[in-house]
Design a protein around this ligand. Structure first.
Ligand code: SF4
Length: 227
C-alpha cells in the first residue's frame, strides 16, 4: 500500500473510532504563539487556563508587553516554568512590535508558505512546532505541527523512520500527508495518541489501526490475546 492510501485508510479508521474532527476555526496568530509558549512542557489542562487567565488579567498583548515579568509569571503559574515563559512571552511580543510597529501578525496572510515560516522561525523563542501551529491554525497553511503524540504514533505506524528527529518529522509529515488532510491528520493522530496509542502502554488490542501497524508490541498483545 502506498503512503497516501495508508494515510487515507488511517484517517477513515480514526473517523469511525472518534468521529469527525471539529472544523478549523482560525485563531489569532499572536494568541496562537502565546498559547504554544504556555503549552511547552505541560498539558493542555494546565496551559489552557493559564492562557485565558493571561487574556482576562491584561486584556491586550500591549498591556502584557508593558507589564512586569513577575506579574505575568504569577498569572500564568499553573502552566509551570512561569518565570521563563513570562520572559519568553515578553520577548516575542517585543520582537513582533519592533518588526510590525504593532502587536499583529496579520501581514503573514499575504506571504507565501516559506516566507511566513522563515519569518516566524527567525523570532527568538519560536521553534518549528510553534511556527507550524501558527501557520496551520491561524492561516490554514498546509504545515504539520508535530507534538509528542504525532511523533510517537507516526513512528509506530511506520509512517516515519524511528531515528528521525522531531524537526525532521515535521518536514517529512508535511511533505507526506496530502495538503487537504493535514489538519485532520494532526487532530486525529493526537486524539489517537491520547486515547489509545499511549506512550507507556498502548491499547493495541482495542486499536482500530491494529492491522496497519508494525509496532513491535503488536506481537506481544496478539500473544496475550490468545491466552
Ligand atoms: S496497534 Fe498499538 S502501537 Fe499501533 S497504533 Fe494501535 S495502539 Fe498504537
Amino acid at each position: 500500500m502506498d503512503l497516501t492510501s495508508k494515510i487515507t485508510r488511517i484517517l477513515r479508521s480514526l473517523y469511525k473510532a472518534y468521529g469527525r474532527v471539529p472544523a478549523l476555526k482560525r485563531s489569532d496568530p499572536v494568541d496562537e504563539i502565546i498559547r504554544t509558549v504556555l503549552s511547552q512542557n505541560t498539558s493542555d489542562k494546565n496551559s489552557v487556563p493559564a492562557f485565558y487567565a493571561l487574556k482576562r488579567s491584561f486584556r491586550s498583548w500591549e498591556r502584557v508587553l508593558k507589564a512586569d515579568t513577575g506579574k505575568i509569571a504569577s498569572v500564568i503559574k499553573h502552566a509551570g516554568l512561569a518565570n521563563i515563559k513570562a520572559q519568553r512571552i515578553k520577548e516575542v511580543l517585543a520582537e513582533i512590535k519592533r518588526r510590525e510597529g504593532m502587536i499583529s501578525l496579520a501581514r503573514l496572510e499575504g506571504m507565501g508558505l516559506e516566507e511566513s515560516e522563515g519569518y516566524l522561525r527567525s523570532i527568538k523563542g519560536i521553534g518549528p512546532k510553534t511556527a507550524a501551529c501558527v501557520l496551520l491554525f491561524s492561516f490554514a497553511k498546509p504545515v504539520m505541527p508535530v507534538d509528542t503524540h504525532i511523533f510517537r504514533v507516526s513512528k509506530r505506524l511506520g509512517l516515519i523512520d524511528n531515528d528521525l528527529t522531531i524537526e525532521d518529522a515535521h518536514k517529512a509529515l508535511t511533505a507526506m500527508v496530502p495538503k487537504g488532510l493535514i489538519y485532520r491528520f494532526h487532530l486525529g493522530i493526537i486524539e489517537h495518541g491520547r486515547r489509545t496509542c499511549k506512550a507507556a502502554r498502548p491499547s493495541c488490542e482495542a486499536c482500530v489501526l491494529y492491522e496497519m501497524c508494525g509496532f513491535k508490541l503488536k506481537s506481544f498483545y496478539r500473544k496475550n490475546r490468545r491466552q
